[in-house]
Design a protein around this ligand. Structure first.
Ligand SMILES: Cc1ncc(COP(=O)(O)O)c(C=O)c1O
Length: 401
């Protein structure tokens, strides 16, 4: 008798079928038929404002970024067909790592093919069997997967709770290897971590600290280095992880560090060694974008403005939001349940507005969320338009009065 290895997916298949039976459009099957700018695309034949792309700084259509990508495509070809440690390190990979070192003012930078692989690789390589990874319970999947791959002991603490972190650290053997893993901005609710206090208690306990700044790079902090910069503690962070798939506007991941032995990771980190490196056009767009982000303070100011206007507008309309005040470029709108959430998502799409629908298990506390992520290229008029669409859709679905 063969056991069908797919039977474990039956509950999810049923849940999906039930949802689609209500007649709602599949929220996880949307096609961008044409992308006009960082903030507008054609979806289902209709012009749609994009409010769920994590394209925070709108670099995807930057003229210099596109020109650099085209030039590299012409000069270096479409792909490297190899690992960074064999034939896959081109001039462009080095330039991209140099741009990152300069952006963060750090000694070392290592570029991975995705941010997922950066977390997977760095965490699994530095925290092995017998070591402890102490992490926020709401950490990204790539952080959990890095822990599992390295076989480290996972110690989770309550979301953004400094005391809980301190308590967990005190219970661990003093001589054991410890890595505290934090995120600058938590992407589900768009809230920021109290990194300053958390890093202080971590250092007191002799732990090394890794901060994933995926959702803050380019935007938060005076130079866009992230929440650790904004809270004045970047010098105390041992490893910063980031991605090119949000503010940088392409694909890829990285780790920057001042650790004197950092370069050895290039030989021992499996998700770095055993995969092909990024195409030349991608590293060229990333390097150009990162260099431009160093001078992005006007865009950063405009993005904060957008975030504040949208947060206040949604709250005034009567929506329940993930944070009391806007803390990042993510604003999460809390839905009563998955069915209403999916209906609201569809009603917004009918209005010509795309947001992300997030549901358990990815979300904390079983919540269904409409996650809005703002872009520095959204005009203030577009933000006004977005609020009007939320109002009409919210009334139609019966979420607001
Ligand atoms: C906190 C966090 N870390 C890492 C990643 C992975 O980044 P990438 O899209 O480059 O794989 C993401 C993106 O979803 C993220 O939100």
């Amino acid at each position: 008798m063969m056991t069908d290895l797919f039977s474990k997916f039956d509950p999810l298949i049923q849940q999906r079928e039930q949802l689609l039976a209500t007649g709602v459009t599949d929220p996880y099957n949307l096609v961008m038929e044409k992308v006009i700018s960082p903030t507008v695309a054609i979806c289902n034949g209709r012009e749609t404002i994009l409010l769920g792309t994590y394209n925070y700084m709108g670099m995807t259509f930057d003229e210099d970024v596109i020109a650099a990508g085209k030039d590299a495509l012409d000069k270096f070809g479409s792909g490297t067909t190899g690992s960074r440690v064999l034939n896959g390190t081109y001039q462009g990979h080095k330039e991209c790592e140099d741009a990152l070192k300069e952006f963060y003012a750090m000694d070392h930078a290592m570029v991975f093919s995705t941010g997922y692989q950066a977390n997977l690789g760095i965490i699994s390589t530095i925290a092995g069997k017998g070591d402890y990874v102490i992490l926020d319970i709401d950490s990204h999947a790539s952080i959990y997967d890095g822990c599992a791959m390295g076989n480290a002991e996972i110690v989770a603490f309550r979301h953004n709770d400094v005391e809980a972190l301190e308590k967990r650290l005190k219970r661990l053997p003093p001589e054991a290897g410890k890595l505290v893993v934090l995120e600058g901005v938590y992407s589900m609710l768009g809230d920021v971590a109290p990194l300053k206090e958390m890093i202080r208690v971590s250092k007191e306990a002799g732990a090394m600290v890794l901060v994933d700044e995926a959702h803050s790079m380019g935007f938060i902090g005076e130079n866009g280095r992230g929440v650790a910069e904004a809270q004045g503690v970047l010098d105390d962070v041992d490893f910063v992880i980031g991605t090119f798939s949000k503010s940088v506007g392409t694909v890829g991941g990285f780790c920057v560090s001042n650790h004197p032995k950092f370069e050895i990771l290039r030989l021992v980190c499996r998700p770095y060694v055993f995969t092909a490196s990024l195409p030349p056009s991608v590293v060229a767009t990333a390097a150009t974008s990162i260099r431009k982000l160093m001078h992005g303070s006007n865009k950063r100011a405009h993005l904060w403005e957008n975030s504040k206007v949208l947060h206040k507008g949604l709250r005034d309309l009567g929506f329940q939001l993930g944070t009391e005040e806007p803390q990042s470029a993510i604003i999460a709108v809390i839905m009563p349940d998955l069915e209403k959430g999916a209906m609201m998502w569809e009603a917004l799409l009918d209005e010509g507005l795309y947001v992300n629908l997030a549901r358990p298990p990815a979300t904390p506390a079983g919540m269904t969320l409409l996650r809005c992520s703002l872009c520095a290229e959204h005009s203030i008029e577009q933000v006004g338009e977005i609020l009007g669409r939320f109002e009409r859709a919210g009334q139609r679905v019966g979420i607001i009065g």
